[in-house]
Write a protein that binds this ligand. Structure first.
Ligand SMILES: Nc1ncnc2c1ncn2[C@@H]1O[C@H](COP(=O)(O)OP(=O)(O)OP(=O)(O)O)[C@@H](O)[C@H]1O
Length: 609
C-alpha cells in the first residue's frame, strides 16, 4: 500500500478509498458469527431510535399535563414509562451480545491469523515487511476489530438518532435543516482530512516503530539481557529508543493540537447555530405558536442533534485511526499462500527415497541479488552417508532448505527417485525426511513433546521415544513428562549441548528414509560429537544420511565428502581422495590439524610434560 508523505494534500478520492474498507470490515466481522452480528445491528438501530421515542413520550406527557385530562395523562404516562423500560431492555440485550461477540471475534480472528501463518511460505517469514505486518496484526487483534465494529455500530445509532431528531425539527420549521445539516457536513470533510493525515503519519512511522519495539525487546528479554549487561549497552539502546520515540511524541502533540483547535471551532460554530434555533423556539412559544411540551421536545431534539453530530465526527476520526490496522489485517490475510503442489503438474506420491539427484541447480533468494548456489550437480544413493563442508556462507544450509522444498524453485533440478521435486507431493516428501536445522527449536514444552514432534503420530510411544533419546545420548533426563526451559512453571533448563541432543533425538525419532543434520555438533563436546556421528553413520546404513560439519575430523567419517565454496561444489570424494586432489580441502584439513596440534602442545606444556 502506497502512502503519501506526511504533509501531502489529502483529496476526496483518498477519503473515499479509506471508507471502502468499512463494508469489507463488516463482512469479515459478520463471518465470525452471523447471528450475533445481525442481532447487534438490529439492536443498534433500535437504540438509535430509542431516544426519540422517549423524547416524544416526555413531550406528550407534558402536553397531557397541560390538558389536565386524567385519562390522557395516564395513557401518556404509560407510553413514557414503556418507552424508558424498552430502551433499558434493549441496552441490556445489547451489552450481552456485545460481550459475547467480542469474545468470539478475538478467538476466531486469532485462529484465522494462526491458520494463515501455517499456510505461508518460509520466504514470508524472512521478509521484514510481512513480519512487521504479522506482529501488528497479532498484537492488535484482541481489541482492534471489535473497536472498529463498535465505531461502526456507534455511527449507525448516532445517524439514526441524528436524523430522527432532525425530523422533529423539520416538522416544525423545515429551513432549520439547512443550518443543522450543513455545518456538520462541512466539518465532517475536514475531520476526514485530519483522520487521513493521522493515518498517514502512523503508516509512515511503522518501520521505525518496529525498530523501537526491537530496542525494547533487547532490553526486556532474558536471552538478550546478558549481553546488554556485559557490554553495558543499556545507555546506548535507551538513547536510540528515546531518539525514535521523541520524534513520535512531537508529531503526536502537533496532530493533537490541530485536532483540538479544529474541534473547538466546530463546537463554537455549532453552538451559535443551535442557540439561534433555541431563541427561535422560545420566540415561537412566547407567541403561543407551540405548547410547552413541544418546547421541551424541540430543545431535547436540538441537544440530541448537537451531541450526535459530535459523536459521528469522533467516530469518523476513530475509524481512520483504526484504518492502519484493518488495512494490514486484510493485506496479511490476502498474502499468497505456499503453493505446495502446482496445479499444472502431475503430482505423484513417494514412499521411500532411494536416490537424490541434483542437476545444474542454480538459486538465488528473492531478497538477495547474490547467486547463492551455482550449477550444483550431485548424486546420493541409498546407503550413502554424505558430509558437506565449506566456509561460512558457501550455501550449505540453502541446499538443505531446497532439498526440503522450503522455497519455490520452478526449474526441475532436484530429483527424488528420478522424479522432479516439483512433481512430488510435498507433504509426503517431507514425511520421508528427518532434519535437524542449524537453528533448531528449543520447545518450552515437555521432553516428550520435544522428541515426539519428530513424528507426532507416535508421541505416546514411550519405548520408541526413549530409543531415539538413547541414540542421541539424551541421558540427562529420565522422565518424558519433564517440562523443559524456564518459561513455564517447574521447567528444567538445559545446557546448549543438551538442547541440541534433544533436537537430534527429535530428528532420529522420525521413521524417515533421508536423515539430514545441519551442524549437529556445533554445541556438543568432543566425546558426545564422536558418539552422535558414529551412531548417525550406523543408523543410516540402509538410508540416506547427510550432515553438514565444520570439523573435517568428523566429516571424514562419511562415505563421501562434498566441498562447497562460494555457492559451488569444488570437490566430491572420500576424505583421502580429497586430501590428495583438492587444494581447498587439504588446506582446511591442515589448518584444523595444526590447530589441534597447537592445542595439544599447549595442554602438554601447561601440564609440564
Ligand atoms: N533467507 C535468506 N535470504 C537471503 N539471503 C540468504 C538467506 N539465507 C542465506 N542467505 C545468503 O545465502 C548465502 C549462503 O547462506 P547459507 O546459510 O546457505 O550458508 P552456509 O554455507 O550454510 O553458511 P554457515 O556455514 O555459516 O551456516 C549467504 O551469502 C547468505 O547471506
Amino acid at each position: 500500500m502506497n502512502i503519501k508523505e506526511y504533509d501531502d494534500h489529502v483529496t476526496i478520492k483518498d477519503i473515499v478509498k479509506s471508507i471502502r474498507i468499512v463494508p469489507k470490515t463488516l463482512v469479515l466481522i459478520k463471518n465470525v458469527d452471523k447471528q450475533s452480528f445481525f442481532i447487534i445491528i438490529f439492536l443498534s438501530l433500535l437504540m438509535g431510535g430509542a431516544p426519540i421515542v422517549t423524547l416524544l413520550g416526555s413531550q406528550n406527557l407534558l402536553n397531557a399535563i397541560g390538558s389536565q385530562n386524567i385519562r390522557i395523562i395516564i395513557s401518556a404516562l404509560i407510553f413514557y414509562i414503556s418507552a424508558v423500560l424498552l430502551s433499558e431492555i434493549i441496552s441490556s440485550f445489547m451489552e450481552y451480545y456485545q460481550n459475547k461477540f467480542q469474545t468470539l471475534i478475538n478467538y476466531k480472528l486469532n485462529l484465522q491469523i494462526m491458520d494463515k501463518c501455517t499456510k505461508l511460505s518460509l520466504r514470508h517469514f524472512e521478509d521484514a515487511e510481512v513480519y512487521d505486518m504479522l506482529q501488528r496484526v497479532q498484537n492488535e487483534t484482541p481489541y482492534k476489530p471489535f473497536e472498529v465494529f463498535l465505531s461502526i455500530l456507534g455511527a449507525i445509532s448516532a445517524i439514526v438518532t441524528f436524523f430522527s431528531s432532525m425530523m422533529i425539527l423539520i416538522h416544525w420549521k423545515p429551513w432549520v435543516l439547512i443550518i443543522l445539516i450543513f455545518i456538520p457536513l462541512v466539518f465532517s470533510f475536514y475531520f476526514f482530512k485530519i483522520g487521513q493525515r493521522e493515518f498517514n503519519v502512523s503508516w509512515l512511522r511503522a518501520p521505525e516503530k518496529r525498530k523501537s519495539w526491537y530496542l525494547s525487546y533487547l532490553m526486556t528479554r532474558d536471552n538478550t539481557f546478558k549481553e546488554v549487561k556485559i557490554y553495558n549497552l543499556a545507555g546506548y539502546i535507551l538513547n536510540k529508543f528515546k531518539e525514535i520515540n521523541k520524534k513520535f511524541v512531537g508529531q503526536d502533540i502537533h496532530l493533537f493540537k490541530r485536532r483540538t483547535v479544529f474541534t473547538f471551532i466546530f463546537e463554537l460554530v455549532e453552538q451559535i447555530c443551535i442557540n439561534t434555533v433555541l431563541v427561535i423556539i422560545i420566540i415561537s412559544a412566547l407567541a403561543g405558536e407551540i405548547l410547552i411540551g413541544h418546547v421541551v421536545g424541540l430543545i431535547q431534539a436540538l441537544n440530541l442533534i448537537s451531541s450526535n453530530s459530535k459523536k459521528i465526527l469522533n467516530i469518523i476520526h476513530s475509524l481512520y485511526k483504526n484504518n492502519l490496522y484493518i488495512n494490514q489485517l486484510f493485506e496479511f490475510l490476502g498474502l499468497d499462500e505456499e503453493v505446495l503442489d502446482k496445479e499444472d503438474r502431475f503430482v505423484s506420491g513417494i514412499d521411500k527415497i532411494e536416490s537424490i539427484k541434483i542437476r545444474n541447480l542454480t538459486f538465488r533468494y528473492p531478497t538477495n541479488p547474490k547467486v547463492v548456489l551455482k550449477n550444483i550437480n550431485l548424486d546420493i544413493n541409498k546407503g550413502e552417508r554424505i558430509a558437506i563442508v565449506g566456509a561460512n556462507g558457501s550455501g550449505k544450509s540453502t541446499l538443505i532448505k531446497l532439498l526440503l522444498k522450503l522455497y519455490e524453485h520452478d526449474e526441475d533440478s532436484i530429483f527424488y527417485n528420478g522424479v522432479s521435486i516439483n512433481d512430488l507431493d510435498t507433504e509426503q516428501l517431507r514425511k520421508n525426511i528427518a532434519v535437524l536445522f542449524q537453528d533448531f527449536v528449543k520447545y518450552e514444552l515437555k521432553l516428550r513433546e520435544n522428541v515426539g514432534f519428530g513424528d507426532i503420530t507416535r508421541i505416546d510411544r514411550d519405548g520408541e521415544l526413549k530409543q531415539a533419546m538413547e541414540r542421541a545420548r539424551v541421558n540427562f533426563i529420565e522422565d518424558l513428562d519433564t517440562q523443559l526451559g524456564l518459561w513455564f512453571v517447574d521447567g528444567v533448563q538445559l545446557s546448549g549441548g543438551q538442547w541440541q541432543k534433544v533436537a537430534i533425538a527429535r530428528a532420529l525419532f522420525r521413521d524417515a528414509s533421508v536423515y539430514i543434520l545441519d551442524e549437529p555438533s556445533s554445541a556438543l563436546d568432543p566425546i558426545s560429537e564422536k558418539e552422535v556421528i558414529d551412531m548417525f553413520i550406523n543408523m543410516t546404513k540402509d538410508k540416506i544420511g547427510i550432515f553438514i560439519s565444520h570439523r573435517l575430523s568428523t566429516a571424514k567419517l562419511a562415505d563421501k565428502v562434498v566441498v562447497m565454496n562460494d555457492g559451488e561444489i569444488v570437490g566430491i570424494g572420500t576424505h583421502w581422495e580429497l586430501l590428495a586432489t583438492n587444494e581447498l580441502y587439504r588446506r582446511m584439513y591442515e589448518l584444523e590439524a595444526l590447530k589441534n596440534e597447537e592445542e595439544y602442545e599447549r595442554l602438554n606444556e601447561s601440564a609440564g610434560l
